[in-house]
Design a protein. Structure first.
Length: 299
């Protein structure tokens, strides 16, 4: 099984990943052999902390071989086309996990290779993050009926979160400035599974929500737009006042890295109801679950 987008998953498959991730978290010792003799190629075309550490460590902790490839040495899309890289890796490794600039490269690799391809973030989706997000929400309240309010850019993280929330029985709300919405085609797909509410007014999204979420205004690869985006997102910072409009027991999530003073206030990052670092830790259990599901290991 490839794992490129949450939007490709059946709700049962996604629920299974969340349950498996939670099981791995509670009993990590039961999974120390789960990837025995499996080789996992890992490539990053963009910077990473959480995804890099969780993927490499996750493979090692389950007895597999992580083969971390530097973009400079591989030259994805420059030195060699994605499809040739996939054909070569297919002869040697069991899984390919990549963070890419162009989602199309992942699709080309998935088409060219029999081995599963895992998306470690692309310009359109961040599915491993969404699994960790669901694990984190489920640690705090049932996923069924959860109202998740995302304030900010309708980016890769927002798209995957939306698909994840509606597939697990929640309501997804997003507040974004005009011109920064989630692509309409993605929303149409999500609406087949649950309620999506779109607004340009942050407080409309956040009022009585169970989860408040934000991400950077300028994603990796969009650096040339930073100034324009800082202007467009003025008034979209998630701070204590806005978070105070959410439900009493609401939690605050952010995939990190966070830019205090931009999309999130310094104070909110210190709030007792933030679960941002639980969420970062849960990336480890999420990627372990995704790896096992992709190689179809019976667990
Ligand atoms: N949230 C996340 O994917 O972090 P990194 O970019 O550091 O991997
Ligand atoms: N939207 C951000 C997420 C980083 C984890 C980006 O793509 O840079």
């Amino acid at each position: 099984m490839d794992f490129l987008r949450v939007g490709d998953l059946e709700p049962e498959a996604l629920g299974g990943l969340v349950a498996l991730g939670a099981r791995i978290k509670s009993r990590p010792d039961a999974f120390t052999d789960a990837l025995r003799s499996k080789a996992i190629a890992i490539l990053f075309q963009k910077p990473s902390l959480r995804t890099r550490v969780s993927t490499e460590l996750g493979v090692s902790q389950m007895g597999g071989y992580p083969i971390v490839l530097g973009q400079n040495s591989v030259g994805l899309g420059g030195r060699e086309p994605a499809s040739d890289i996939a054909r070569v890796l297919d002869r040697m490794v069991d899984v390919m996990a990549l963070r890419v600039e162009q989602h199309g490269d992942l699709e080309a690799m998935a088409l060219a290779a029999e081995a599963p391809v895992i998306n470690l973030l692309s310009d359109v989706a961040h599915p491993c993050q969404a699994v960790a997000d669901l694990i984190t929400i489920a640690e705090n309240r049932p996923l069924e009926g959860a109202v998740v309010a995302y304030v900010g850019d309708g980016n890769n993280v927002a798209v995957s979160l939306m698909h994840a929330v509606v597939r697990t029985g929640g309501e997804f709300r997003i507040a974004n400035p005009r011109g920064y919405a989630i692509p309409a085609t993605e929303v149409e797909v999500a609406e087949q599974f649950g309620t999506v509410i779109q607004t340009e007014v942050p407080v409309e999204a956040v009022t009585d929500a169970n989860v408040v979420y934000t991400d950077v205004w300028t994603s990796m690869g969009q650096e040339a737009e930073t100034k324009k985006r800082l202007g467009a997102f003025e008034g979209y910072q998630v701070g204590l006042d806005l978070f105070g409009q959410a439900a009493d027991e609401a939690i605050f999530l952010h995939c990190l890295p966070a830019h205090r003073g931009q999309e999130v206030s310094t104070e909110l990052m210190l709030h007792p109801q933030q679960r941002v670092f639980d969420q970062a830790e849960n990336r480890l259990y999420a990627i372990k679950a995704v790896l096992l599901a992709c190689i179809e290991t019976p667990v």
